[in-house]
Design a protein around this ligand. Structure first.
Ligand SMILES: CC(C)(COP(=O)(O)OP(=O)(O)OC[C@H]1O[C@@H](n2cnc3c(N)ncnc32)[C@H](O)[C@@H]1OP(=O)(O)O)[C@@H](O)C(=O)NCCC(=O)NCCS
Length: 198
């Protein structure tokens, strides 16, 4: 069985702390990933819940190529997010010589939606990607047309829509988009964030 790949990076922002995902976090991940309203936004198809085994398999697999974090607000876990090596062929083919990473996140505590916290988490993961990991381009992939909060949060963090991909008839979304931020553009609008030393 693949184990959760652990790391020791903690990222401190103005309001949020991103700390490493741990084996003890399964109850949180299961609860957030069992909420139909959250899943409506995170899943392309109609997924109404995941089992513990499915959740463990997903996060353990992703952690092999990602830094996975729990997002905390004043010590309260409110969501998760990761910075992962690009795994989509269409992007790897188009940017063969670039170090491409992707950010995925969910704020599972819904009373925390719409308070700028998603944007802050994206900014922190973005700073980590460029300033500590040396990424060339960071992506948000397959953002559905009905997920306006996600698209807007990435745009507020400096990302721009690069690809618009029409979805097959009958899909929940008509169009999904990829947003990206390049290193040069990031450096031009850099924010100051305390990052742990390597
Ligand atoms: C997507 C998500 C991470 C965004 O985090 P958040 O903390 O809610 O977002 P923020 O408050 O930082 O920013 C959201 C922006 O979208 C805007 N927004 C939200 N709903 C909107 C809507 N229906 N129409 C237009 N704009 C909308 C907000 O007004 C805000 O923009 P503003 O600051 O210019 O007013 C969070 O809502 C979430 O986890 N959702 C469920 C899981 C998910 O969708 N994950 C991403 C999958 S791609």
């Amino acid at each position: 069985m693949t184990e959760l790949e652990l790391h020791d990076v903690t990222i401190q922002g103005p309001r949020l702390t991103l700390r490493p995902l741990r084996e003890a976090d399964w109850p949180l991940l299961l609860r957030w990933n069992s909420d139909p309203e959250v899943l409506y936004y995170t899943e392309g198809d109609e997924v109404s819940a995941y089992s513990l085994e499915e959740i463990q398999a997903i996060y353990r697999q992703v952690s092999q190529s990602a830094f996975c974090f729990i997002i905390e607000l004043g010590g309260r876990p409110i969501g998760e997010g990761w910075l992962q090596r690009m795994n989509l062929e269409r992007i790897l083919r188009a940017y063969p010589d670039q170090d491409c990473r992707r950010i995925d996140l969910l704020i599972g505590e819904k009373d925390c939606w719409g308070r700028g916290l998603g944007t802050e988490a994206i900014r922190l993961l973005t700073a980590f990607a460029f300033e500590r990991e040396g990424a060339d381009v960071v992506w948000a992939c397959d953002v559905a047309d009905y997920n306006l909060a996600s698209r807007r949060a990435f745009q507020k963090a400096g990302y721009a829509v690069v690809n618009e991909i029409e979805q097959p008839p009958g899909s929940k979304a008509h169009i999904c988009c990829d947003l990206a931020l390049r290193r040069e553009a990031y450096m031009g609008r850099k924010i100051t964030i305390e990052l742990p030393r390597k």
